[in-house]
Design a protein around this ligand. Structure first.
Ligand code: AMP
Length: 481
C-alpha cells in the first residue's frame, strides 16, 4: 500500500466523506488489517486492545457493504455493556451518516415496547447486550432473516460477565451464511471453543504490537495505607492537576464515599456505578465526555470500551481484583495516539493482585513516591485556579457531522403505504437538493421523520409544503425531538 489512507480501500464516496469529517485521516493498525478482509466478507477473529480503533475497523466495512434498500436488520453487534452498545450505535450512525444507515441499540432496563417499535421500522444495524437481544429473538421482535454480519465485541468481557451462554443461544438462531467477526483482547479457552464451533475457517488477525497496553500510557504505583488513600488522592490531583481524570474504586460504596469526600473538598466531580439508574448513568457519562466536570469517580462500569477524548489521568483508588480490568481501566487514557498517565494506589494487602497484573501486562510497574508536602504547596495555587475556572466544553467528534441537520416530521407513514424510497425520490427532485442531503428516514404507522443534511432543511421544508409524495400532500414541520 503506497499511501496509507482510506482511499486505498475503494470505499464509496458516502463513507469517505464521513471519515473525512470525523477526521480519520489514516487507518489504525487494526483497521489496516481488518478492513480489506472484512470487505471480502471473511470470518475474522481479531485480537486487539481497546482504544485501537476497532469499532471503526468493523463499522467502516459493514457500513460499506450494507444494502440501504433492505428494511430488515443486516447487522447484529453484541457487546457487554449498555454504554458500549450506545457508543457503537453512534459510531455506526456517524460513519454511515451519508449512506443513511439506521443503527439502534437494545439493552436491558429500557422499555421493551419502545425497542420493539424501533425494530419494526427500517433498521440496518442492531447493537445490543446479549440478554436483551436474546429476549427480542425469543419474542420474535427481532427479525434475523436478512442478517449478514455478526460482530461479537469484547468477547473476553462477555465471558467474564457470564454472558457467553446467552451469546451461544443467539448464535444458533442466526442464518448460517452470515459473516462473523469476533474481537477480543485475549482469547481464553471458552472463547476459542466458541470460535471453533461457530466460526468456519476464520482468519486470525493479531496486532504487531503484542503488548496489552499502549506505550503511550505511563504507568506507576504508589504504596499507601488504606487510611492514607484520601489524602493521597488530594496530593496527587493537586500536583497532577489534570483536565480530565477518572478515579476507579472497587465497589459502589467506595465510589459514594470518595465522591462525598471530594465534593466536600470543593472538587467538581461526579460518580458512575451500576447501582444508578441507566438514564443517570448516560447523563453523567455524556457530561463527562463533553467536559462539564473534570473528575469522574467510578466502578468498572466505566472501564469497558468507553471512549472519552483526552482523559489525561487515571487513578486506581483500589487495585482492580481482575487483571483484565487493569488494562480496561487504564485504557481510558492514551487513546487515539495521545499520551496519558495511570497511577495505582497499592496497600500492603493489595500487593498480591498487583503481581498478577504485572504478569498479565508483561512488565513491572514503576514505583513512585507520593508528592511531597512542598510539591503540593507549590502546585496549590494553580490547582485552585483550575478548580474555579469553568471547564472548556469539548467538541464531540461527531459535532461537525451533525451540523446543519434538520429533522422533518410528516403526518403519514406505513398506513398510507409510504416507504423510505418515496421520500428519497421526492426530496431529491427539489431544485438544489440531492439524495446526499437526505439523512436517516424513520417511517412509523402514521408519521415519518426525515433528516435533511447540509443546512438544506428550510429549503426542503418549504418545498414539501406544496409537493406531494405518492400523490398525497402531507403535513410537514420541523420535528420537535
Ligand atoms: P475504539 O478502539 O473503537 O474505542 O476507538 C478509539 C478512538 O479512536 C475513538 O475515539 C475513535 O473515534 C478513534 N479512531 C478510530 N479510528 C481512527 C482513525 N483512523 N483515525 C483517528 N481516530 C480514530
Amino acid at each position: 500500500m503506497s499511501e496509507n489512507n482510506f482511499y486505498n480501500y475503494k470505499l464509496s464516496d458516502e463513507i469517505l466523506k464521513a471519515l473525512k469529517i470525523l477526521n480519520y485521516k489514516r487507518p489504525t493498525e487494526v483497521q489496516e488489517k481488518v478492513i480489506p478482509s472484512a470487505l471480502e466478507m471473511k470470518d475474522l477473529i481479531v485480537k486487539s486492545q481497546t482504544g485501537s480503533g476497532k469499532t471503526a475497523a468493523f463499522a467502516i466495512p459493514i457500513c460499506e457493504l450494507l444494502e440501504w434498500e433492505e428494511n430488515k436488520p443486516q447487522t447484529l453487534v453484541l457487546t457487554p455493556t449498555r454504554e458500549l452498545a450506545a457508543q457503537i450505535r453512534d459510531d455506526f450512525t456517524n460513519i454511515g451518516r451519508y449512506k443513511r444507515i439506521k443503527a439502534i441499540s437494545v439493552y436491558g432496563k429500557q422499555p421493551f415496547a419502545k425497542q420493539k417499535l424501533e425494530l419494526k421500522q427500517k433498521v440496518h444495524v442492531v447493537v445490543g447486550t446479549p440478554g436483551r437481544v436474546l429476549d427480542h429473538i425469543q419474542k420474535d421482535t427481532l427479525n434475523l432473516e436478512k442478517l449478514k454480519f455478526l460482530v461479537i465485541d469484547e468477547a473476553d468481557e462477555m465471558l467474564n460477565m457470564g454472558f457467553i451462554e446467552q451469546v451461544e443461544s443467539i448464535l444458533v438462531e442466526l442464518p448460517d451464511n452470515r459473516v462473523t467477526m469476533l474481537f477480543s483482547a485475549t482469547i481464553p479457552k471458552d472463547i476459542e471453543r466458541l470460535c471453533h464451533k461457530y466460526i468456519k475457517n476464520p482468519l486470525n488477525i493479531e496486532m504487531k504490537t503484542k503488548s496489552l497496553t499502549t506505550e503511550k500510557i505511563q504507568h506507576s504505583i504508589i504504596e499507601v495505607t488504606e487510611e492514607d488513600k484520601e489524602k493521597a488522592i488530594r496530593s496527587l490531583t493537586i500536583v497532577e492537576n489534570p483536565d480530565s481524570c477518572i478515579i476507579f474504586c472497587r465497589t459502589q460504596e467506595r465510589v459514594e464515599e470518595l465522591q462525598k469526600f471530594l465534593k466536600k473538598s470543593g472538587y467538581f466531580s461526579d460518580k458512575l456505578h451500576g447501582g444508578m439508574y441507566q438514564e443517570d448513568r448516560f447523563e453523567v457519562m455524556n457530561d463527562f465526555k463533553s467536559g462539564k466536570f473534570r473528575y469522574l469517580i467510578a466502578t468498572d462500569v466505566a472501564a469497558r470500551g468507553i471512549d472519552i477524548d483526552n482523559v489525561s489521568l487515571i487513578i486506581n483508588y483500589d487495585v482492580p481484583m481482575e487483571k483484565e480490568s487493569y488494562v480496561h481501566r487504564t485504557g481510558r487514557t492514551g487513546r487515539a495516539g495521545k499520551s496519558g498517565k495511570a497511577i495505582t494506589l497499592v496497600t500492603p494487602y493489595e500487593k498480591k493482585f498487583l503481581k498478577e497484573i504485572e504478569d498479565y501486562i508483561g512488565f513491572e510497574i514503576d514505583i513512585m513516591n507520593l508528592p511531597s508536602d512542598e510539591e503540593v504547596t507549590k502546585s496549590k495555587l494553580e490547582f485552585e485556579a483550575k478548580l474555579k475556572a469553568k471547564p472548556q466544553l469539548k467538541k464531540h467528534k461527531s459535532e461537525q457531522l451533525n451540523k446543519g441537520i434538520m429533522k422533518l416530521y410528516f403526518n403519514g407513514g406505513k398506513k398510507k403505504k409510504i416507504r423510505a424510497v418515496d421520500f428519497v425520490g421526492t426530496i431529491a427532485k427539489i431544485p438544489g437538493v440531492t439524495a446526499e442531503d437526505i439523512g436517516i428516514i424513520t417511517i412509523q404507522d402514521n408519521v415519518s421523520y426525515v433528516e435533511i443534511l447540509n443546512g438544506k432543511g428550510m429549503d426542503v421544508l418549504k418545498a414539501m409544503k406544496t409537493t406531494t409524495i405518492k400523490g398525497k400532500l402531507l403535513k410537514v414541520h420541523e420535528a420537535i425531538k
